[in-house]
Each structure stands twice: as C-alpha cells, then as structure tokens.
Design a binder for this molecule. Structure first.
Ligand code: ZN
Length: 264
C-alpha cells in the first residue's frame, strides 16, 4: 500500500505562536522537533497498518522544516520549495490515499490557530466556484486529480470542522482548540502521539469510506486582497484574469492547475 502525507506546521501538537513557525525566530528550533516527532509517529502508524511505500511532503513555508537526521527511516521525504503546479512531487494515481497532517483552517476563520490560505500576508480569502476554500480544499482537489482520496486531516478544532465540510467521511484528529489566532487549549504532545498513531491506523482500515475530491470545470477563483497596491502590481488580461474592484481579482480557466498557478 502506498500513501502520500502532506505535513504543514500550524496544526502540529504544541505549536501556536508565530515565533514557532518561522526560521530564525526564538521558538522555531523547538517547534521543528515537535514537527519531526509527530511526522515519525504518523510513519510508525502507517507501517503498523501495512503501508510500505510512504512519501512525506514538508509543506510549510519554504519546505525545509523537518530535522533530517531525526526522520524515521521508513519513508521518503519531499523537501524544499515547490509551486502549485508541482505541490506534491512524485504524486500519481498509484497512491492509495493521502493525509493532511498539522493543517490549519482557511483565512478568516474565528478562533483558529494561524488561519490563512497559502500565505499569511498576501490575501484575505479565496472563493473557488462560489465557495470559500482553504488549503484543505485545494490540496484535496490536487490529490483528487490523481484519484487519490484524503483519508485523514489533523490540526486544531476548526481545521477538523473544515475538513469534514470539504471531504465527506474523512477522519480527523484534533491536536488543540484555538481560542484566538495565537492562543489555544493544547493537548500535550505525548498524548497526541499515542492517540494520533491509532487514528492513522483506523484511517487506513476504513479508507474505502472516502472518495477522491472532485470539482467540475470551468473554474473561477475569486481572491480578496489586503491592500490595493497588491493588485496594482498584478497583470490582468481582461479575460482569464480580471480586476473586479480595488481589492478583488478573479481568475478563470478549464484547467484547475492553471487557475491556481496564475492566481497564487
Ligand atoms: Zn504552514
């Protein structure tokens, strides 16, 4: 069995502050240890569930957050910067399932740790074909293009709620409950490691309950920016890309990768 694991950082157990999430900041090195330990727990769960081919993508920031020397030997790791058109290197239809570990809720979600969509500083919200969408929705569509279902999503309480909205029958595991953007009632990481491993195994056992995420063409992505000069600096061709008003742009195409690539 073959599984693709995408790992972000905001939803990892014990992580809630901006100083934990950025290279060079005071608590970043400790946060990398929390991240790497949790990744190893996921791999242990997958191996115990009979998964023998595991790809793990370091999906936070520049893609270089795992501590390589401490990574479990039982998987392969995609590290370094990627773009939307190649967000999950090596992904193809031979994978039996995908997992979104340490994710966060979409930009604008109340009481959600580090709520944002793709960037914390670029824009406020994204709608795809009329519905608000965050990274859980975007990534489940990217896996769906290869007919790969997302089996489990982990992160804070709002992340889990968003996952259930996006992916029918997906399993979720909650690592903390936000009561502000940078404040949370956290589960101790040692408890998370025990429970998470079981959830990973259960998500493999019940994998046939979840279908790959799909969305029919044509696609229209509407983005609400934070400041008018961000749009002043963008090129709009008037057909596939349009400026709707001072803060809003829309992008359209029959190709989902194209629409995401030109917009994000
Ligand atoms: Zn992140």
């Amino acid at each position: 069995m073959k599984v693709y694991v995408s790992v972000d950082m905001e939803g990892i157990a014990g992580i809630l502050l901006p100083e934990q999430l950025k290279k060079g900041e005071l608590y970043y090195e400790e946060a990398r240890k929390l991240l790497t330990t949790e990744v190893n727990v996921v791999i242990e769960g997958l191996l115990e569930a009979g998964v023998n081919d595991i790809y793990v993508k370091d999906a936070h920031g520049t893609g270089f957050n795992f501590i390589a020397s401490e990574l479990h030997h039982g998987a392969r790791y995609c590290m370094g910067a990627t773009n939307v058109s190649n967000r999950f290197p090596g992904l193809d239809s031979t994978f039996d399932g995908a997992m979104l570990i340490g994710y966060h809720a979409m930009g604008g979600t109340e009481y959600a740790i580090r709520d944002h969509t793709m960037t914390s500083v670029g824009w406020q919200s994204i709608h795809l074909n009329g519905r608000p969408i965050g990274e859980i929705g975007i990534d489940s569509l990217l896996f769906g293009l290869h007919n790969v279902p997302v089996l489990i999503v982990t992160g804070d309480k709002k992340t889990c709620a968003e996952a259930i909205e996006e992916i029918p029958n997906v399993r979720t595991y909650e690592t903390k409950e936000g009561f502000g953007r940078h404040a949370a009632l956290i589960k101790p990481p040692k408890l998370v490691y025990r429970e998470l491993k079981e959830s990973i195994k259960e998500s493999i056992a019940t994998r046939t309950n979840v279908m790959p995420t799909t969305l029919d063409a044509p696609y229209e992505l509407v983005m609400k920016f934070l400041s008018t000069d961000q749009l002043d600096q963008r090129y709009f061709d008037g057909t596939r890309s349009k400026r709707i008003d001072g803060l809003t742009a829309s992008y359209s195409s029959d190709d989902i990768i194209e629409v995401l690539s030109i917009a994000l």
